[in-house]
Design a protein around this ligand. Structure first.
Ligand code: C2E
Ligand code: CA
Ligand code: CA
Ligand code: CA
Length: 274
């Protein structure tokens, strides 16, 4: 084992070497993107059972000047999480979102809208996470009741008690919580029981085949029935067709998000719609 340690460098194949360099280059570029404000928030509308807008989810995009393209989050969020860059990125997202909320408050058309922000496990694990949110709300003057934090199961794998405490503090400020990608993990139900969530988001993996796969249809119907009896709000994600929407409506769904209602877009595009 000692020999292996001493000679470690030699074991990198050329392919691995290239992969490592590509990662380093990406990390470097992302660091600069944060500094030089190449990140943008896109907004995807959420609607209720009557087709009224109830809010939006903020989704980050990277407009790379160097590459001249728009880089989707799946190509940099995982790296940001590994390297810790997600902390700065996440703080930027929350600040932007709060400023957007404040701007919406000025217009009667948008005053009531909620804005959902994705928060990754590492962000939530920072000791000063609650203070960060409180400061962003205070600096912007946004109404905390309009801010929703979307968490996935990965946020609870460690130290649930601390997380629980933080969620309670944030709720005391008026912020609400959504359990994202519901149904894809192993223990979503136990988190739902232990932690103070307001909303569930049915993962798009279940919505996709809801009209063709009887198992998915049964799962979605059961999640909807459960959320109703638990008094939880619900959003079905990835709704692309009218048939999917109709199935969801018939089963009592009251929140929808997906390409059928609008793709994530810059705020100017959304403002034209509502
Ligand atoms: P997510 O939170 O599950 O977000 C929903 C994803 O589904 C978004 O992908 C959205 O564009 C996509 N989507 C929405 N409607 C439809 C539809 O009808 N059909 C299909 N096929 N897809 C739809 P996006 O924007 O590429 O984001 C991917 C993931 O990146 C997000 O998944 C989230 O986990 C992460 N992410 C995005 N922004 C942030 C952020 O600000 N912070 C953190 N920590 N993660 C983020
Ligand atoms: Ca989300
Ligand atoms: Ca999701
Ligand atoms: Ca997801």
């Amino acid at each position: 084992a000692k020999d292996a340690g001493r000679n470690r460098v030699r074991f990198f194949s050329p392919a691995m070497q290239i992969a490592i360099e590509a990662r380093l280059a990406l990390e470097h570029a992302l660091r600069r993107a944060l500094r030089e404000e190449e990140l943008r928030l896109y907004f995807q509308p959420q609607i209720d059972q009557h087709g009224r807008y109830i809010g939006a989810e903020a989704l980050v995009r990277w407009h790379s000047r160097e590459q001249g393209t728009l880089i989707p989050p799946m190509q940099f969020i995982p790296l940001a999480e590994e390297t810790g860059l997600i902390l700065g990125l996440g703080q930027w997202v929350v600040r932007e979102a709060c400023q957007q909320l404040k701007a919406w408050e000025a217009d009667p058309q948008t005053r009531e809208l909620q804005l959902a922000v994705n928060v990754s496990a590492r962000q939530l694990q920072q000791p000063d996470f609650v203070a960060q949110i409180r400061d962003s709300l205070a600096e912007s003057g946004a109404n905390p009741a309009r801010l929703k934090l979307e968490l996935t199961e990965s946020a609870f794998l460690a130290n649930t008690q601390q997380i629980d405490e933080r969620m309670k503090q944030l709720r005391a400020l008026g912020v609400s919580f959504s359990l994202d990608d519901f149904g894809t993990g192993f223990s979503s139900l136990s988190y739902l029981k232990r932690l103070p969530f307001d909303q569930l988001k049915i993962d798009q993996a279940f919505v996709r085949d809801v009209t063709t796969d009887p198992n998915d249809a049964a799962i979605v119907a059961a999640i909807l029935a459960m959320s109703r009896s638990l008094g939880l709000e619900i959003i079905a994600e990835g709704v692309e067709t009218e048939a999917q929407r109709d199935f969801l409506l018939e089963n009592g769904c009251h929140g929808f998000q997906g390409y059928l209602f609008g793709r994530p877009a810059p705020i100017e595009d959304l403002a034209q719609v509502w």
